[in-house]
Design a protein around this ligand. Structure first.
Ligand SMILES: CC(C)(COP(=O)(O)OP(=O)(O)OC[C@H]1O[C@@H](n2cnc3c(N)ncnc32)[C@H](O)[C@@H]1OP(=O)(O)O)[C@@H](O)C(=O)NCCC(=O)NCCS
Length: 206
C-alpha cells in the first residue's frame, strides 16, 4: 500500500480524500473487487434495472466509454477506499465531456451500509474540489427518475435539472434520466446550455 505524502496527505495516485477515505484509479485486476461490491449492495441495480448486478456488470462499467457523439478528454474509474483499504464505493468521472470544463459523473456509488452517514456528501465535496482544481467549470450527471435517494442527494448538492432523456438499458428496460448540472465557476445554467446544446430542454435528440 502506498503511504500518503506527509505534507499533502495524499499518496501519488490518490485523487481526493475525505473522512479517512480516499479515491484512486481502480486497476484492471481489481474489477472483481468492484463486482463483489456490486453483489453485496444490490439496491442501486434493483432500482435502476429491476434486478441485481449481473456477473459482467463491473467489467462493463470499467470498460464503458461515452458514445461517439459525446467527445471527451479522458475518463477515470475511481475506487473509494476506506481507512483499512477496503473498497466501499466507486465513482466514474469523465473529463471535458462535450465541452472543455464540463466534467461528468457517470457513476457515484457507496456501500448501502454507509448511506445516510454523511460520507457521500464529504466524498462528493472532495471530488468537486479536485475537479475545480483540475479546471472543471461545470459538473454534469444523469440520475434515474425514481432513484429517489439519489435525486434528493444531487439536488442537495446544488445540481439543477436541465432536461429529461430516455435511457435504454441492455436489459430492455427504458429509464427516464434526469440530466442535472452544477455550475462550479459562478456562471448561470443558461451559459452551460449555450456550451452544450444537447442538454437544452427543447433539443430533441435520441
Ligand atoms: C446516491 C448516494 C451516493 C447518496 O448517498 P447517501 O448517503 O445515501 O445520501 P444522503 O443520505 O446524504 O442524502 C440522501 C437524501 O435522500 C433523502 N432520502 C433518503 N431516502 C429517501 C426516500 N425513500 N424518499 C425520499 N427521500 C429520501 C434523504 O433525506 C436525503 O435528502 P436530503 O439531502 O434532502 O436530506 C447513495 O445513496 C448511493 O450510493 N446510492 C446508490 C448509487 C446511486 O444511486 N448513485 C447515484 C446515481 S449515479
Amino acid at each position: 500500500m502506498t503511504l500518503p505524502d506527509a505534507l499533502t496527505g495524499l499518496a501519488p495516485e490518490w485523487r481526493f480524500q475525505a473522512r479517512g477515505h480516499h479515491a484512486r484509479p481502480l486497476r484492471a485486476d481489481e474489477v472483481p473487487l468492484l463486482q463483489a461490491l456490486y453483489d453485496a449492495n444490490p439496491l442501486y441495480f434493483e432500482v435502476v434495472s429491476g434486478r441485481p448486478a449481473w456477473p459482467g456488470e463491473a467489467q462493463e462499467a470499467f470498460d464503458d466509454r461515452p458514445p461517439p457523439e459525446m467527445p471527451y478528454r479522458d475518463q477515470e474509474c475511481l475506487g473509494l477506499f476506506g481507512p483499512d483499504g477496503t473498497l466501499v464505493g466507486v465513482t466514474i468521472v469523465v473529463r471535458d465531456m462535450m465541452a472543455p470544463g464540463v466534467w461528468h459523473v457517470a457513476l457515484f456509488l457507496l456501500a448501502t451500509g454507509l448511506h445516510g452517514s454523511g460520507l457521500a456528501r464529504a466524498l462528493y465535496q472532495a471530488l468537486e474540489d479536485w475537479a475545480v482544481q483540475g479546471g472543471a467549470q461545470w459538473m454534469r450527471l444523469g440520475v434515474v427518475v425514481g432513484n429517489t435517494r439519489a435525486e434528493h442527494f444531487w439536488a442537495g448538492r446544488g445540481f439543477a435539472p436541465v432536461r429529461l432523456r430516455e435511457h435504454i438499458l441492455s436489459s430492455d428496460r427504458t429509464n427516464l434520466l434526469r440530466v442535472m448540472v452544477k455550475p462550479l465557476a459562478g456562471q448561470p445554467v443558461p451559459a452551460y446550455l449555450v456550451l452544450v446544446p444537447r442538454d437544452r430542454p427543447e433539443t430533441d435528440l435520441p
